[in-house]
Ligand binder design. Structure first.
Ligand SMILES: [Zn+2]
Length: 364
């Protein structure tokens, strides 16, 4: 079963270190927090797998016992995955029967939030489901997708879990969680990997994926320089860079990224046409950040300075240097980013984003 194999690659080295440190501590509820792309979900699942494993070591789960196998094929009776339905479907975790029936019958769309019904199921899982071993685990991801009602449903169980129930909450936005949820968990802040280590891991993952079958895009091995471009573009978040390189050959993706700033200054909409609106807004926010940084004499963070559009000549010495226009653009992008999930017309939205970018980048 390919799903099982793909769900169980070795942990990235910086996650392995964190796993060992978490396993060495006592705690029935952990909150793993940090920005996206650092591997919260992978770490949370590895921790759950180790807690449930029949022959766990201080390094983690054994990987070959019945319990590990059940986790790997997503059927462990003592593991409750509390996730938005969209994510359960995307990652291949089973939904409860009633939900699956409703979705199959197209009665409604899968929810992007963690539903209160699912939280109630999780509570009843902790109380009634008979376990195969001593431990039961509830994994909640992304925890910020619980609204207040859902979170409150979970609260009491989180505070006084029955028997040997353990919780792992993983979040990409800890500030959006109820303080009462945060205070009932031990906190673990995700560790940023060293850049070189992340780069080496990225290279390895892509090479493994290419060797492991999937002959859909049997491209040549990615160049380190291209992977470096992608990792910088992803703000140093390796999982984000990997996802990108898995969807587009690294060389192509890197070239696309490098040509983006000047394409935006020209108003070239085609440069964004392959991206979802949220990805486009994210890229423009990075571009806006870097152009502002460079015009204020700082180093860019996501692009290489050579790829950024030149400052419009008349702006030099005029004081503002287009900074007011850039600041206004940054503000607009931040607003757009909050509503971008449901654009009323994606094509039109991209056009307007690009035309706005061209104006800001050429403002004097
Ligand atoms: Zn095991």
């Amino acid at each position: 079963m390919s799903e099982a194999e793909s769900s169980n690659p070795p942990l990235a080295p910086w996650l392995q270190t964190q796993l060992e440190s978490l396993l060495a501590q006592r705690g029935h509820a952990w909150l793993l927090s940090g920005p996206s792309g650092l591997g919260q979900f992978e770490l949370a699942l590895a921790l759950a797998r180790a807690w449930l494993c029949e022959e766990a070591t201080p390094q983690g789960a054994c990987g070959h016992c019945g319990s590990c196998h059940a986790v790997d094929v997503h059927t462990h009776a003592d593991l409750c995955m509390l996730m938005p339905e969209t994510l359960s479907l995307a990652l291949g975790w089973p939904l409860d029967e009633k939900t699956q029936d409703e979705l199959d019958a197209k009665k409604r769309k899968p929810s992007k939030e963690i539903k209160v019904d699912a939280a109630r199921e999780a509570v009843s899982f902790t109380q009634f489901t008979r376990s195969r071993g001593d431990t039961k685990v509830v994994l909640v991801f992304p925890a910020e997708r619980m609204n207040n009602v859902t979170a409150n449903t979970l609260l009491k169980t989180l505070e006084e879990p029955p028997g040997a129930v353990k919780f792992i909450l993983a979040t990409e936005a800890a500030h959006q969680l109820l303080p009462t949820i945060r205070s009932r968990c031990l906190g673990h802040t995700m560790v940023w990997p060293d850049f070189e280590l992340a780069l080496g891991w990225l290279q390895q993952e892509i090479t493994n994926a290419a060797e492991g079958g999937a002959p859909k895009k049997a491209a040549a091995a990615p160049k380190p320089a291209d992977l470096q471009t992608l990792l910088v573009a992803a703000g140093g978040r390796p999982a984000d860079a990997l996802m990108w390189a898995q969807n587009t050959p690294a060389g192509e993706a890197a070239q696309h990224w490098q040509s983006l700033p000047k394409a935006m200054a020209r108003g070239d909409v085609s440069a964004l046409s392959d991206w979802a609106p949220s990805e486009a807004v994210d890229a423009l926010q990075k571009l806006c950040h870097d152009v502002m940084a460079v015009r204020m004499g700082a180093a860019p963070r996501f692009f290489s300075a050579a790829d950024l559009p030149a400052q419009p000549p008349a702006a030099a010495g005029k004081g503002g240097g287009g900074l007011y226009a850039l600041a206004a653009w940054a503000k607009e992008l931040a607003t757009t980013a909050r509503t971008v999930e449901h654009p009323y017309n994606p094509g039109l939205m991209l056009e307007s984003l690009v035309s706005r970018a061209r104006l800001a980048l050429n403002a004097k």
